[in-house]
Design a protein around this ligand. Structure first.
Ligand code: PBG
Length: 323
């Protein structure tokens, strides 16, 4: 035997030397949930350790993340049912919690990077990402609403706009709207390959945003499809996206790899709420070892080709020194 691969595994120093992939604070994006009120922090029951924060406490949470070197945040609002309507009007309310949160985070932490979510579902009385008419999700009519929302986010100071709605043509439409108002430097992270997944359940608990009827299969992708992600990717590149995202991550590592191999833009992977819940539940039962499981899962996403990972584990892995 001339070749013995075990020689490169014989000590920690050598294992570290030949390690191919690494996890760093700058690879991670922390999703944060916002709720109305003051001095309020409510745990998401299906996501132990993850909270909805009122803006005052959100700022404290951002500060403690910044001190850990975690500087990129993706904000999501929990909107009171009474403020929801068909047109997601509350999303444009300058005094509403979302636009206010963007302004405040950027005011107190100008060196942070704020990503904002563009889609109608948190504000929609239908609980869908687009405008609903007679049970149908309208594509082109939704684009105007998404563009207005994006402009409001950019005006409030968002660094990156992330459309998660899966309407056709929205990246180009939003890009043109931003550019026409002078926001040429506001980036777009497109949810390029977003699947109609069962793994979003806990997120919909967090926002209380589950669809009121039907499902999201006419706009989110079929979990059985891989090549279709190339069609979406090509459009997003052409329409001016700055990042391409795959969501969820764990059951879609092949799609992460596919986009990485076919496009030169940075690839983001969204390690979604259900993936987080799954690990936390098994850890609570004593069935999985927490730190090793979490770092292995995140490393798998990097190995597949993710440049950045949106993950609810972002803070704990840094706080606990797991990476
Ligand atoms: C909705 C949106 C969803 C998530 C991010 N933006 C849920 C959905 O499409 O129903 C899910 C994130 C997660 O599960 O962590 N626009």
């Amino acid at each position: 035997m001339l070749s013995r691969p075990r020689r490169n595994r014989k000590s920690q120093v050598i294992r570290d030397m030949v390690q191919e992939n690494h996890l760093r604070a700058s690879d991670l994006i922390f999703p944060l949930f916002i709720i109305d009120g003051q001095n309020k922090k409510t745990e998401v029951s299906s996501m132990p350790g993850i909270y909805r924060y009122s803006i005052d406490l959100l700022l404290k949470e951002v500060e403690s993340c910044m001190n850990l070197g975690l500087k990129t945040f993706d904000l999501f609002p929990n909107i009171e049912e009474s403020k929801k309507d068909k047109f997601a009007t509350e999303s444009l309310n300058k005094d509403g919690i979302y636009l206010k949160a963007i302004r405040e985070v950027k005011k107190y932490f100008p060196e942070s990077c704020v990503i904002t979510d563009v889609a109608m579902d948190p504000y929609s009385s239908d609980g869908h990402d687009g405008l609903v008419e007679n049970g149908e999700i309208l594509n082109d009519e939704t684009l105007d609403i998404l563009a207005e929302m994006s402009l409001a986010h950019a005006e409030a100071g968002a660094d990156i706009i992330a459309p998660s709605d899966m309407m056709d043509g929205r990246v180009g439409y939003i890009r043109e709207a931003l550019d026409s108002q002078g926001f040429t430097n506001t980036s777009i992270m497109s949810y390029t390959a977003k699947y109609a997944s069962a793994f979003y359940g806990p997120f919909r608990d967090a926002l209380e945003s589950a669809p009121k009827f039907g499902d999201k299969k006419t706009y989110q992708m079929n979990p059985a499809n891989q090549r279709e992600a190339l069609i979406e990717g090509a459009f997003d590149v052409e329409e001016g996206a700055d990042f391409l995202m795959v969501k969820p991550a764990l059951a879609y590592l092949d799609v992460i790899k596919l986009l990485k191999d076919n496009f030169d833009l940075p690839i983001a992977a969204y390690n979604v709420s259900g993936e987080y819940a799954m690990i936390k539940a098994a850890v609570q039962k004593g069935w999985l070892e927490e730190s090793r499981t979490i770092t292995e899962v995140l490393m798998g996403m990097k190995r597949a080709g993710a440049d950045v990972i949106l993950t609810y584990h972002a803070k704990e892995v840094l706080e606990k020194g797991w990476i």
